[in-house]
Design a protein. Structure first.
Length: 151
């Protein structure tokens, strides 16, 4: 059964990383390390796409395109792996499914941008928040954390 959260729990346990039982904030060195790790994976994804766009105008080389697609695919999986690793290492894995449900529900209430001006990112590839859109709240999922005073 596909269970990426459990896969990441297993991975981090294998290498002796502590997995908190409650949500825990990253700060300092670990925050910088994990954020840079995410950026590295995003850059790998972008760089594979840049390489692909350079050759598409020169005619299609199926083998090269397959290689670039494989690099983008691998980079996307790595990005999700690292991001979910953060969720696990921060002890948020038990709340993840409900948090995901809430974000998905809120995202489904958005609309596709019909003009670049409608988008804060300047693109019609964007989806935007319509009037009255409500962001999901995760306060109840995070309030029982390891930093709680008095515990």
């Amino acid at each position: 059964m596909f269970d990426p959260i459990q896969d990441l729990v297993d991975f981090h346990e294998k290498f002796g990383f502590s997995i908190p039982k409650k949500p825990t904030a990253f700060c300092g060195e670990i925050l910088q390390f994990r954020a840079n790790f995410l950026i590295e994976e995003v850059e790998e994804y972008r760089d594979a796409g840049v390489s692909l766009s350079e050759v598409l105008g020169d005619g299609i080389d199926d083998a090269f395109i397959t290689d670039m697609l494989e690099e983008q695919f691998d980079a996307m999986i790595d990005l999700v792996y690292v991001a979910l690793g953060n969720v696990v290492l921060q002890g948020m894995h038990k709340q993840f499914k409900e948090g995901w449900r809430r974000v998905h529900e809120a995202n489904m209430a958005k609309v596709r941008a019909t003009s670049k001006e409608q988008s804060t990112r300047g693109s019609t590839f964007d989806v935007v928040k319509p009037e009255g859109w409500v962001a999901p709240s995760h306060t109840d999922l995070m309030e029982d954390h390891t930093h709680r005073s008095g515990e």
